[in-house]
Design a protein around this ligand. Sequence first.
Ligand code: SAM
Length: 301
Amino acid sequence: MEHFNRFGYFYIIPFAMAIWDFDYSSISSITRLLEENGLGMTKKFGQNFLVSMSALDRITALSGACEGMRVWEVGPGIGALTTKLLHSGAEVTAFEIDHGFCRILREQAYVDVPNFKLVEGDALRNWKTEWETQGTPDIICANLPYNVGSIFIASVIENRCLPQTMVFTLQSEVVDRICAKQTDDAFSGFSILTGIDYENTDAMRLRSGCFFPSPNVDSSVVVMRKRENPLVPDAEARDFLELVRILFAQRRKTVKNNLKATGKSSADIDRALTECGISQTERAEKLSVGQILALKRSLQG
Ligand code: SAM
């Protein structure tokens, strides 16, 4: 940007400070940075930084982030993935709970970087406010601890915030559940929740050495791409997902027993089961999406 000063000469205002050139693959650099800032890693927030550049490059490529796209990153840490996403030219909004890491991101990593926005605090609490102001992002990308990851994914889908692509690094067991087919042991209510709007792929497994510190569980990257034709009409999705939650609340119980939590009478439940051709002794994991949808309609009818 050129401007003229009061002597008539032009000067140049730097458009933005450069994105931080930090070596995220160097454990000694990370350790030094944390020490200099009086910080440590805490298990409570599942802090395992990605230190494999090839994994970071692959995750960024899988997300499809590029110039002008709006990307949410949950749990940027000190910015390993954030830096890659920013270099793609995407507009990145990052949600980080650790105030020490936030200080590094704000004061060292991305000072005046115009395509970076930090939302400090718990992403599980803050994402909705950001959604109300920004709308649905194009992409969500995150390397998150298991419990936060699955709660966050459930929360965005249940609330119908549905980006075109979501890429998550999670405990492999959770990725197995997201990608499970009905005949798989890993199949659960979570597989249905994550499957009605998205086609899900287990894109890669990450060795524990890709992280610092190394976690003692296996990790995988799941890519969730929005379906052109969702399995459940959007207008019915919230009620459908509420029914899925009830049906899978107690896995050992039959559909009939779990349905008592809907507050419907036994007669209404029996009538709905008969209408949908579902046996009285059936369990939820045997039901197809179509049958659950029919059951929802029948119970509401
Ligand atoms: N993205 C970085 C990377 O890949 O190196 C850090 C990933 S580390 C596994 C998880 C990050 O999520 C940590 O920075 C942690 O502080 C943050 N985190 C954990 N729970 C969170 C929450 N509820 N909201 C926002 N950030 C959270």
